[in-house]
Design a protein. Structure first.
Length: 381
């Protein structure tokens, strides 16, 4: 038999094996068990159960081969399995997946399936993302984002939901809001002003909260924090100025004493050289402009900015100097989403990358992909 024929036979055998492995089996629902799934909430099971009674199971679920207890473990399709039990149907159609998978790949598969159907709640996605990363320490957020077809910012934003304080989690649990951005705005508000965040959440529990209102409240809290930091910094500068004034006064007293001593010495010297009284010594003239280091002051710049704002507004905007514009963005990091300011005084060799300076105590400068940052606001300084 020719080598080519052997290869053909081998291919036919593989095809037959694959066909067998995709065979649909009907087994007892009691022979199928669940494992810990990414999805925790199963909504509208009653409606699906009624459909199962009328039309039967439309598509089989995917299971792993029998385990040591002789049970098939669900990989995909737990909602259908639950609905069949609720409908009182004793059998279930399954397809056995013989391919071995790592726990990380299993989680990623569940995430993809449910995210495509938009069946997962934000916190379920967040926990699934974290579980996938924990199951495979070599898996990075960027790689996971690529596998899920999402941006790195999306991954970071959802991971940040796992850090929600209790008062924000109450809004999530009561379904007041499940918008990731709204929840993260409130989470960051808690980091700045816990008491204010708790008050906002109490009101939101009764009246609800929108993405815009949460963003406005958070931005207002940031401005108040910055104003306080500037006030504290001004107090420190004032203390420094007071110290400098005292030092100058002390230095002045010393110079005065030294001047008196020099004057006395000069008088004695003049008397000893009276023979040269008719000689004159010309004082060197100071060159014009020497020591002139005057430059536009910060006060001048501030005046220009105020003047710009005083220009008659056209609709809801006014002209500003481009150098006085600040672009605030959200930046995904390995563990969280941070706020930063886009640096406009430098450009990367790679045009798809930008530099961002983080705000707050950590003023670290990061180089990130432009596609991964989210625009928060554009304002005049």
């Amino acid at each position: 038999m020719a080598l080519k024929d052997l290869k053909n036979l081998s291919q036919l055998a593989n095809n037959a094996m694959n066909t067998k492995r995709k065979e649909v089996l009907t087994v007892s629902v009691n022979d199928v068990v669940s494992k810990e799934q990414v999805r925790k909430e199963f909504d509208e099971l009653e409606g699906l159960a009624e459909t199962m009674k009328d039309e039967g199971q439309q598509s089989p679920i995917i299971v792993s081969p029998r385990n040591s207890d002789g049970k098939y473990v669900i990989q995909k399709g737990e909602r259908r399995w639950r609905a069949l039990q609720l409908a009182g149907i004793d059998t279930i159609d399954i397809i056995i997946n013989y391919k071995e998978q790592t726990r990380s790949n299993e989680i990623i598969g569940e995430l993809i399936e449910n995210m495509q159907r938009q069946d997962l709640k934000p916190l379920e996605e967040a926990q699934g993302i974290q579980d996938a990363l924990d199951a495979d320490p070599s898996l990075t957020q960027a790689e996971l984002a690529r596998k899920l077809g999402k941006s790195k910012a999306y991954i970071s934003q959802h991971l940040a939901l796992l850090k929600m304080p209790a008062c924000v989690r109450v809004l999530y649990d009561h379904k007041v809001t499940r918008d990731p951005e709204t929840l993260n705005n409130l989470r960051q508000l808690f980091d700045i002003d816990p008491q204010r965040c708790e008050s906002v959440c109490k009101v939101a529990l009764e009246n609800g909260v929108t993405r815009k209102s949460s963003r406005d409240i958070y931005n207002d809290a940031k401005e108040m924090m910055r104003a306080q930091e500037e006030a504290d910094s001004g107090a420190v500068e004032l203390d420094k100025a007071t110290v400098a004034t005292v030092q100058e006064e002390l230095h002045g007293d010393t110079e005065s004493q030294s001047s008196e001593t020099l004057s006395q010495s000069k008088a004695v010297n003049d008397e000893s050289h009276s023979v040269n009284q008719n000689e004159t010594v010309e004082s060197p003239e100071v060159s014009e402009g020497v020591g002139d280091t005057s430059t536009p002051t910060e006060l001048d710049d501030a005046t220009k900015r105020v003047s710009s704002k005083e220009v008659k507004k056209t609709n809801d905007w006014y002209p500003v100097n481009p150098t006085d514009v600040q672009i605030v963005v959200n930046v995904p990091t390995e563990k969280d989403v941070k706020e930063g300011v886009l640096l406009m005084d430098r450009a990367c060799d790679n045009p798809s990358e930008v530099y961002v300076r983080l705000t707050g105590k950590n003023s670290k400068v990061l180089k990130v992909l432009a596609s991964e940052i989210d625009l928060v606001s554009i304002k005049s300084l």
